[in-house]
Design a protein around this ligand. Sequence first.
Ligand code: GLU
Length: 428
Amino acid sequence: MSTQHEVPSYLTQKEIGPWGVYLEQIDRVTPYLGSLARWVETLKRPKRILVVDVPIERDDGSIAHFEGYRVQHNTSRGPGKGGVRFHQDVTLSEVMALSAWMTVKNAAVNVPYGGAKGGVRLDPKTLSTGELQRVTRRYTSEINIIIGPNKDIPAPDVNTNEQIMAWMMDTYSMNQGSTASGVVTGKPISLGGSLGRREATGRGVYVVGCEAAAKRGIDIKGARVAVQGFGNVGGIAARLFAEAGAKVVAVQDHISTVVADSGLDVVALQAHVAQHGSVAGFGGGDIVNDRSRFWEVDCDILIPAALEQQITEANANKIRAKIILEGANGPTTPAADDILHDKGVLVVPDVIANAGGVTVSYFEWVQDFSSFFWTEDEINQRLTRIMREAFGAVWTLAQEKNVSLRTAAFIVACTRVLQAREMRGLYP
Ligand code: GLU
């Protein structure tokens, strides 16, 4: 069941995609917002959208143009914050939804940010390192007018990493005339990056996974885990679960699916992926050719850690997991949410499950401003505390109101955002 939503004039009904999913999630939370519902329309309209042309000279001398976006969904609680994605399927609808999920996520774990997101539609595999650097620098220059350490702070996301953050930081700083380390997070340690940032999203997924498992009476030791996406989120989460004694029984990436009933050797799989770029060809498990079979794997915990709209009406019924941990942003559609709820599957929503990344981004930003750096232990302890508290608060509210964890997380977050909105008032 999907409601028709008001489509902004710059998207067609066909293009509404992930933004439509987000609008439906907002509709579901609205009845729980009391008098703040008066302001809910704020959440249905991004504050600011910038679409930029990113031209570069290719290595062969030709000129290529890419389309880039930076969307600042909301800044009521602080500067915009959220990653930049390089992917061939990036669309405005997707970046809008991702920026809105950042608003909700940042409020759900109570870090003092609004929400923003960026993206460039390109396939990084088709660019040389030099071309990738030129795209990154030109994109940064184009969005320079709206980003800044106190305005909007980009970070890594799908296909972007520490090197790309270093180029972004350098480009902004050169344009500014002084080094501004706080303009992006997820930087290399040598440029003011934070210890623990690279692992933070995966670690957060693991921490809330342990909390959720405890609520469901599942022992992590021996628990069966399946992971879609084996990058910075899925790979780290899988490793931490395996270290805690869980069996990682299935891993799917953009190319292939590998399963092993007795559990995969996650460290060996990571080494294979580092060398070959995919789980394809890994000898320590069985390769499954039909990708859709991944969703039917017999497991306790399922971690979608790739892209949006993976769990849909088409496969939700086949899922055998007891818990879904959303490492990705927006992996489950509202219709699939309903099916899973009816089946008694516990869905720990993205805005809590993958909030570890932006939480340590916040630590990085604070460390940059104070020029005082913390130990990895301090970071991991603070991260664990924030994740546990956020999960606990959402769990309690979900019980109280008899709603899903997603709706509960949205109640907590949207209330925070709209309270700030109301207190600030309209100006001018
Ligand atoms: N891209 C990550 C996310 O979706 C991290 C964002 C950040 O650190 O600002 O949460």
